[in-house]
Design a binder for this molecule. Structure first.
Ligand code: ATP
Length: 528
């Protein structure tokens, strides 16, 4: 059998700078059929993307894992699939028509548009990074005797940065809570934030910008026909609360889960699939007895963090961040942030939404949206705890940590996607060593056994080494090679993506070996 080119010597990824790695991930995604710019032949549509033949499989597998973890694993959670179009009053009741805004600011010289709040957040993140740099330097200098806590509370440069951050955040919080747009602009001026293109501080006023897309339903375009493309999937759950509760005879506490498209006319959309104008959300609204919402909020915070960590992307890459300003509907809210190639950013939101939404829909529809609690012998509008994660952001988190560039002992480089095996678009590649001597026929026999169980591919072109590389690049965890010995004793070589190790096994054992690693069941059992 043709030999593969050596062992992994080192990971190149660590030495390349994060920005370059991110660029490589984006071009790799396109080259291997994960993600294409929408309407590519017309030079694309800004912040809209299409998932290709590999991307669609990975996305489907992530969605399935979320869905099963929510709906299959929780006896008191059921799913729905509500329409994207909803009665326009829905969005009046939810507050989106009046308040689903982002503050925007333009640089007068470059004409580049920014989200004012993001400019401030990024300024703060830079100051945080400076503190971290001081800590890292000191740790190197002092070695074993380094005490981070003492250093943070005594070092002059750290304290200066910390004070500055606290001051900015306090002003920012006040400005957000008072809806004080001039105050937000003043922070940008006082912090001397410059435009990354023109390098100047020549800023316009801050204005609010509503993020909802609208369109007209029916033949006549009048105001009354205007409907919105949903900016979140949550409202489809709230308006169906009673339908599901009654038809499913659900008892509180219970949850309704949904995955689907959402649309936001984002002001700034420059980070690949992190911020898109059309994206997919996976949301679960958990209906609880009033007064118990904080207990459930903490429960779901932990449960969601645990779910993320089962993906094996590294515990250190996740953290909670409490919201500075609570949305009009929330009495507690935090984000699970992920360490993307461009820093820690929101991956999932967990919000205690009180009874705001159901009460607002009661008021606007005139229909009672209450639950009769047999234990209390009383009716009430339930409180809601929401978990809301972006499927595309989750995809990006997995892709960005899976992507590795490795130097091999023979001096060549391999690019691999170490996607968690159970999520990989293709689980097994079946490769006849040669295109003759009955090897393709034997390989096809093996395909027939594996195909009904797992996503498989068959490849007989090029050298075996090239074929292994192609599978590494799309994240296929197992390659099965059929050679002349296979014809004699029904054994094959199984080659593992992550270690590049190979072993000879009986073809009859393949399903067992592969199943153990890629079965979603094993992952779900970890959640119990
Ligand atoms: P951000 O602060 O990044 O704009 P958000 O707080 O507005 O996000 P939520 O309304 O809480 O986001 O939406 C829940 C989840 O939906 C987010 O955690 C994120 O994963 C996803 N999401 C929101 N907006 C987008 C977008 N434009 N593109 C991709 N995913 C998004």
């Amino acid at each position: 059998m043709e030999k593969e080119t050596g062992n992994i010597k080192s990971k190149i990824k660590a030495m390349a700078n994060q920005e370059d790695v991110f660029k490589n991930i984006i071009s790799h995604s396109k080259e291997y059929g994960f993600i294409f710019q929408s309407s590519d032949i017309y030079d694309g549509l800004s912040a809209v993307y299409d998932y290709g033949q590999m991307g669609v499989e990975l996305k489907k597998n992530i969605r399935e894992y979320w869905w099963k973890a929510m709906v299959q694993m929780n006896e008191n959670i059921v799913g729905i699939d509500a329409a994207i179009f909803m009665h326009p009053t829905t969005w009046k009741a939810s507050g989106h028509v009046d308040a689903f805004n982002d503050p925007l600011i333009d640089n007068k010289d470059s004409k580049k548009r920014y989200r004012a709040d993001v400019l401030i957040e990024e300024h703060v993140a830079k100051a945080e990074a400076k503190i971290q740099k001081e800590v890292d330097k000191a740790r190197l200098r002092f070695g074993e005797s380094f005490n981070e806590e003492t250093f943070l509370s005594t070092n002059a440069r750290v304290l200066e940065n910390r004070n500055m951050i606290d001051l900015i955040l306090a002003r920012f919080k006040d400005a957000l809570n008072d809806n004080n747009l001039d105050g937000i602009r003043q922070i940008i001026i006082d912090c001397e934030i410059v435009c990354s293109v023109s390098g100047t501080k020549n800023w316009t006023e801050v204005r609010q910008f509503n993020l909802m897309f609208n369109t007209a339903m029916g033949a006549v375009t009048e105001d009354s026909n205007i409907i919105y493309l949903r900016p979140e999937t949550a409202q489809g759950i709230f308006v169906n609360f009673l339908n599901v509760q009654k038809s499913g005879r659900m008892k509180i506490p219970f949850g309704i889960a949904q995955t689907g498209k959402a649309f936001r006319n984002e002001i700034v959309a420059r980070q690949f699939i992190f911020r898109m104008r059309e994206f997919e959300q996976m949301e679960m609204q958990f209906f609880v007895r009033p007064g118990t919402e904080m207990e459930w909020y903490n429960y779901w915070k932990n449960a969601r963090m645990q779910w993320h960590q089962t993906l094996g992307l590294g515990m250190e890459n996740y953290k909670f961040r409490d919201h500075l300003k609570l949305a009009h509907y929330a009495n507690a809210a935090c984000d699970i942030e992920f360490n993307f190639p461009f820093g820690f950013k929101e991956l999932e939101g967990i919000h205690s939404r009180t009874d705001f939404d159901l009460k607002a829909h009661e008021a606007h529809s005139g229909k009672k949206l209450q639950y009769f609690d047999p234990e209390l012998n009383q009716s009430y509008v339930p409180y809601v705890v929401e978990t809301s994660v972006g499927l595309d952001r989750l995809f990006l988190s997995i892709l960005s940590k899976a992507y590795v560039e490795e130097k091999l002992e023979d001096g060549t480089t391999r690019v691999a996607l170490n996607i968690p095996a159970f999520l990989a678009p293709i689980k097994v590649a079946v490769l006849p060593l040669l295109k003759k001597d009955g090897l393709p026929e034997k390989a096809r026999e093996i395909m027939t056994i594996l195909k009904p169980e797992h996503a498989c591919t068959f490849d007989e072109k090029d050298t075996i080494g090239k074929r292994y590389r192609r599978q590494d690049a799309i994240g296929t965890p197992f390659c099965v090679t059929v050679d002349h010995q296979s014809l004699e004793d029904n054994t094959v070589t199984i080659r593992y993506r992550d270690t590049m190790l190979q072993e000879r096994v009986s073809a009859n054992k393949l399903l067992e070996i592969i199943d153990d690693k890629v079965n979603i069941k094993t992952m779900l059992k970890n959640l119990i």
